[in-house]
Design a protein around this ligand. Structure first.
Ligand code: NAD
Length: 305
């Protein structure tokens, strides 16, 4: 069932109508960024409750980013929301020029989505998979248009991150890469194009680093707070690996490690049992209010959980 928000006409770009699948951490950020840069957005998730939360988050984030990112003077929260059609139905995707897919990082979930997109979207539409680790070549094989499928690994929070790791699958055409880079330009971003192997450049390194930090907590080498302090104060990183894991979502970290382990057949990606236990316990990081640190008190600096 589609919900009722109606998007206005007159978008500013030739890639005007953008389908966004998944309204979680990343889908919300991508939809917000697109609407703020003058696109008409179709934001799809499985349930109306998820879309209601997404709508509230976008309203709050537009206000917050306007205050702290120097984008004051951009469209108001109401104007941004007017450009977004919230839907649980794929029918509006018949108008999509470009799709960014941000569903849960599980092969079975993504595999169920692409044949539907392929059937509904117009032939010219490009599909960009915002995946942490899944092979873009494999995702392309679930469609009849692998030349028009590529990876776009956005960073979180999307509206504040200017660069996107852009992944060329085996069959991705140069025309598709050019279209994708133009699309990113329309969003106020730049792409760095890399080749396709699971985890690409960023997450092949990052996931193993976060996992190793979890092993350190599990082995009692140091507290979560001290592990992160070493990265921040000694290496000058903005965030330690455990706070980064909490920001990404510990469930997404676990799924990514499982995909990397399966893809490379290499035990170096074996998830720490503590990570599995925390995900089973519902400690998914910031989005659940608690991970390695506690985010349950709004506005307070996170404390070690
Ligand atoms: P999330 O768990 O916050 O959100 C995933 C959303 O997908 C949920 O709202 C869920 O209801 C929806 N979903 C599940 N099955 C679906 C289906 N069949 N059809 C439509 N929607 C469906 O996850 P996230 O952090 O937003 O991650 C989304 C994707 O982006 C993943 O592939 C992840 O690896 C990737 N990614 C995440 C980050 C990050 O920092 N969190 C960064 C870059 C890329």
């Amino acid at each position: 069932m589609a919900t009722t928000d109606k998007a206005p006409a007159a978008p500013a770009h030739d890639l005007a109508t953008i389908g966004v699948v998944g309204a979680g951490v990343m889908g919300v950020g991508v939809a917000q960024n697109l609407a703020q840069t003058g696109h008409r957005v179709l934001l799809l998730d499985l349930k109306d409750e998820v879309l209601d939360t997404a709508r509230a988050q976008i309203r709050q984030n537009v206000r917050f980013h306007g205050m702290f990112s120097g984008t004051r003077g951009g469209p108001s929260p109401a104007e941004v929301l007017e450009r977004i059609t919230f839907t649980t139905d794929y029918a509006p995707f018949r108008d999509a020029d470009f799709v960014v897919e941000n569903a849960t990082e599980k092969v079975a979930v993504k595999e169920s989505i692409y044949p539907v997109l392929d059937a509904v979207c117009p032939p010219h539409a490009v599909f960009a998979a915002n995946t942490s680790c899944i092979s873009i070549t494999r995702i392309g094989s679930w469609t009849g248009r692998p030349d028009r499928v590529l990876g776009m690994h956005f960073m979180n929070p999307v509206p504040l991150k200017p660069v996107v790791e852009t992944i060329r699958g085996f069959h991705t055409s140069q025309h598709t890469v050019n279209t994708a880079l133009r699309f990113l330009g329309q969003m106020g971003k730049e792409g760095i194009v890399v080749n396709d192997l699971p985890g690409f450049v960023s997450n092949r390194v990052l996931m193993i680093t976060i996992n190793e930090a979890v092993w350190e907590v599990q082995d009692g080498v140091a507290s979560a707070e001290d592990i992160d302090r070493i990265f921040v104060t000694c290496f000058g990183h903005k965030m330690g690996p455990l706070a980064t894991g909490d920001l990404i979502g510990l469930d997404t970290i676990l799924h990514s490690l499982q995909i990397l382990q399966e893809s490379y057949g290499d035990p170096k990606f074996r998830p720490a049992p503590l990570l599995v236990k925390m995900v089973d316990a519902g400690l998914h990081g910031r989005k659940s209010g608690r991970g390695f640190f506690d985010y349950s008190v709004p506005g307070a600096a996170p404390a070690a959980a």
